[in-house]
Ligand binder design. Sequence first.
Ligand SMILES: *Cc1c(COP(=O)(O)O)cnc(C)c1O
Length: 477
Amino acid sequence: MKAKLALEKSRPGQMATSLPVLDVPERVLTDLIPEKYLRESAPRLPELSEPEVVRHYVDLSTKNHHVDKDLYPLGSCTMKYNPKINDWTASALGEMHPYQPEELSQGVLKIYHELEGQLCAITGMQAFTLQPAAGSQGELVGVLIMRKYHDMKGNDKDTILIPDAAHGTNPASVAMAGYKVVEVKSNSHGLVDLVDFESKINERVAGFMLTNPNTLGLFEENISKIASLIHGVDGLMYMDGANMNAMLGIARPADIGFDITHLNLHKTFSTPHGGGGPGAGPIGVTERLVAYLPRPRVEIEDGQYHLVHDFPHSIGRVHGFYGNFGILIRAWTYIRMLGPDGLHEISKVAITNANYLMLKLKDVFELAYDRACMHEFVLSARAQKEKGTSALQIAKRLLDFGFHSPTMYFPLIVKEALMIEPTESENKETLDRFVEVMKQIAEEVETHPELLANAPNTTPIGRIDETYANRNLNVKW
Ligand SMILES: *Cc1c(COP(=O)(O)O)cnc(C)c1O
């Protein structure tokens, strides 16, 4: 049923708050505010009682799909369950003001310092900055650090290599930092094609930006060889670490040849995200790059924490404050709650869940690369498309069964791609329910394609024009 607008539910006199009585003369306020800014009439705000307000928002929250309702297998986005204790710590500390003096912010600075140490332990990097407010901003910062490294050494470089399976933000960040992008092909196993890679390496190459595990959910087997070839031309290895959920406690980027990595805290370390919500994409670097990290940096001296600005070779500040506070506190809580063994367990279960689903589904849909996967795998609906049903229609039909759709049409090298990442949060019963629904949908492609043609059929709003929605975003109510 269509949600009623709050204004439609409004009834005069209903109230959800009790405001204190105005204790300054009204005239003082009107004297202070220039006349042109004064309202002529009262604002048209909904009048509702507290239970009505709560019901309104709960009702709205169930109209859309979210991970608190059911499985959200959106590949590469790691839509895991977000423990509610994270929100508790984030809101308990939420009264902090960013301009509060350092001596009154010791607790938060300590958390930042501790979080940086945790991320160093997880990745093997020497130091982290928490400033970047998204994975993509982290990428830009990482490439600017690369640039600084080459400038300081007087290296004449203009190119960064990126595999064809990469996330779209990778080439965008490289281009924003002023480098040329050269694409490297994937081979028939879904990994970097070494012949193509070697043919593109030369003295002009500033670095290689590699997602590992890659967006096909495969671990790059030739990573040592790749790293030594890049280091051989004094290039730097950048890891897009958005998919770290498969590597916790198993492999550390610094140990396998990477010099720089970003982590998506809102993915691996659990924060509700999606729809362009807030994120955090901290950047970690090995020892030789520490001097170029953004400033300020959090340091401890005589038991006191400080934001230190005195780093002459820093690339500068990349955030108004020290990063997205709420996301950082949530990630710190999550890591503290789990500890090293818990984090390791997460990756093991995430990998097991993905392989379980992959084995159950590979007879139903074509599997793009038929080998053991890490945190996710990619199916192709090519055969279904030939019969008239696209990956998009399959994805939309899943909504009728109360599941979110997988990531579609990405990576670009797989036709009619459906990229599925179950995460560690789901139990076997949920995965089995998903398998049954996928089987039923595959069956419908043969017998009732009309059910897919206009799906979703049961959601409050059916098929929308996504391009229009993107280009003409209007978030007013
Ligand atoms: C999500 C993702 C990014 C971008 O991260 P944002 O926080 O959305 O900017 C980059 N690379 C990969 C592989 C990703 O999955």
